[in-house]
Write a protein that binds this ligand. Structure first.
Ligand code: FES
Length: 331
C-alpha cells in the first residue's frame, strides 16, 4: 500500500512507513536535506493537504506550534493519506541525484592520522553524486547507519573514499571501522544525501575551510574544481589539533606544484610548529582583507563552522556564496 505525495508538479508514491523525504529523493525529486535524522530542520516543509505522522520529529526542531500550523520534517514524517506538500526553499542549481541502495566491498583500510582511517569501498554499481554529498553506511548487525562524505570525485563513481575519525566507544567506529572491519567485507550503503555540494554554476575563486575529517567533502570539491578549471584559485584550509592529525599533506603539496591557483594551509590549534598555529578560521581572517567575489565552503564541528560563517561575513563574502556542512552527532 502506498499514498501519493505531491510537491508542485511532481508526485511520488510513498509507503505509510517511509519518510516523505526518502520517497521524493528515490523519485529524483529534490527536497532540501542535510542531517536526515531530524536534528537540523533543513527539510522542513508545509503540508498543504492530507495528513502525516510526525514520527520521531524532536520538539526542538519542529515545535508544537509549527505542527499545528501545518509544518513537518520531511526526513521524519510519513504519510497517513494522499498528501500535498510545499517546499520552503528554492531548488539549488545542479542535478538531482536519485537516492539508491548500493552494496560495495571494502577494498582498502589505511591509518592516515591519529585515530583516523581512510576506507575505500568499491561499489557493485556506480553512484551518481555531486562533490560534497555523503552516503549512509549501514553498520552490520544493527539497525543503525552512519553518514560519511565522499572524498573521491563524482567521476570516480565506483570507488568511494571515506575519512573516518574514531569516536571512543562509538558503535560505528570502535565497534566496527576501528574494530572488526576488514578488506573484502560487504557493506550496504544508501545515498547520495545532503545539499552540501560544489555549485556547478560557479567558476570563481573559492575558500574551503575544513576541521578534522571535514576535509573529506572539501577534497572532493577541490579535485572536482581543479579537474574542470586547473588554474582556478582555491584556498584549502585544514584545521586540526596536532600535527599527527594531519593527512594527505603530500597530496595537497603536489596539487600546489601542479596548479598555480591552488593553495593549501594546514593549521594546528593545540601545538606550535613551523606552519600556521591557532584556529583555522583566524588563519583565514589574517590572510584575506576581503572575499568579495569568492565562494566559501565549510565542513567540520559546529563551532568551527559557525566561526567560519562569521569570518566569511567579516571579510565581506556574499551570504548566498557561503555553503556549510556541520558534523551532527548520530541520533
Ligand atoms: S531535520 Fe530533516 S534533514 Fe535535518
Amino acid at each position: 500500500m502506498t499514498f501519493t505525495v505531491s510537491v508542485a508538479a511532481d508526485r511520488v508514491e510513498c509507503r505509510p512507513d517511509q519518510p516523505i523525504l526518502d520517497a521524493f529523493l528515490r523519485g529524483s525529486v529534490w527536497m532540501p536535506n542535510s542531517c536526515n535524522q531530524g536534528t537540523c530542520g533543513t527539510c522542513k516543509l508545509r503540508v498543504v493537504s492530507g495528513e502525516v505522522d510526525h514520527g520521531l520529529s524532536p520538539e526542538h526542531t519542529l515545535t508544537r506550534a509549527e505542527r499545528e500550523q501545518g509544518f513537518a520534517l520531511a526526513c521524519q514524517a510519513t504519510p497517513c493519506s494522499d498528501t500535498v506538500v510545499e517546499r520552503l526553499d528554492a531548488a539549488p542549481a545542479g542535478t538531482v541525484h536519485t537516492l539508491r541502495d548500493l552494496v560495495g566491498t571494502v577494498s582498502a583500510i589505511e591509518d592516515v592520522a591519529r585515530d583516523t582511517r581512510r576506507v575505500l569501498v568499491t561499489l557493485d554499481g556506480p553512484l551518481e553524486f555531486s562533490a560534497g554529498q555523503y552516503v549512509e553506511l549501514r553498520i552490520p548487525g544493527t539497525d543503525h547507519g552512519r553518514q560519511y562524505s565522499m572524498a573521491n570525485t563524482p567521476g570516480e563513481s565506483k570507488q568511494l573514499e571515506f575519512h573516518i575519525r574514531r569516536q571512543p566507544g562509538g558503535v560505528a567506529t570502535d565497534g566496527w571501522v576501528f574494530g572488526t572491519l576488514s578488506v573484502g567485507e560487504r557493506v550496504d550503503t544508501v545515498g547520495p544525501l545532503g545539499d552540501f555540494r560544489l555549485d556547478p554554476e560557479d567558476e570563481g575563486p573559492m575558500i574551503l575551510l575544513g576541521g578534522g575529517t571535514g576535509l573529506a567533502p572539501l577534497k572532493s570539491m577541490a579535485r572536482q574544481a581543479l579537474t574542470s578549471a586547473p588554474d582556478r584559485a582555491i584556498h584549502l584550509y585544514h584545521g586540526v589539533r596536532e600535527e599527527s592529525d594531519l593527512y594527505d599533506v603530500d597530496l595537497f603539496q603536489e596539487w600546489e606544484r601542479a596548479h598555480p591557483g591552488f593553495r593549501y594551509v594546514p593549521c594546528l590549534s593545540d601545538q606550535s610548529w613551523p606552519g600556521r598555529s591557532g584556529y583555522v578560521t583566524d588563519a583565514f581572517v589574517e590572510d584575506f582583507d576581503t572575499c568579495r567575489g569568492y565562494s566559501g565552503y565549510l565542513c567540520g564541528p559546529p563551532a568551527m563552522v559557525d566561526a567560519g560563517v562569521k569570518a566569511f561575513k567579516r571579510r565581506r563574502m556574499a551570504p548566498r556564496r557561503v555553503f556549510r556542512e556541520k558534523f551532527t552527532p548520530a541520533v
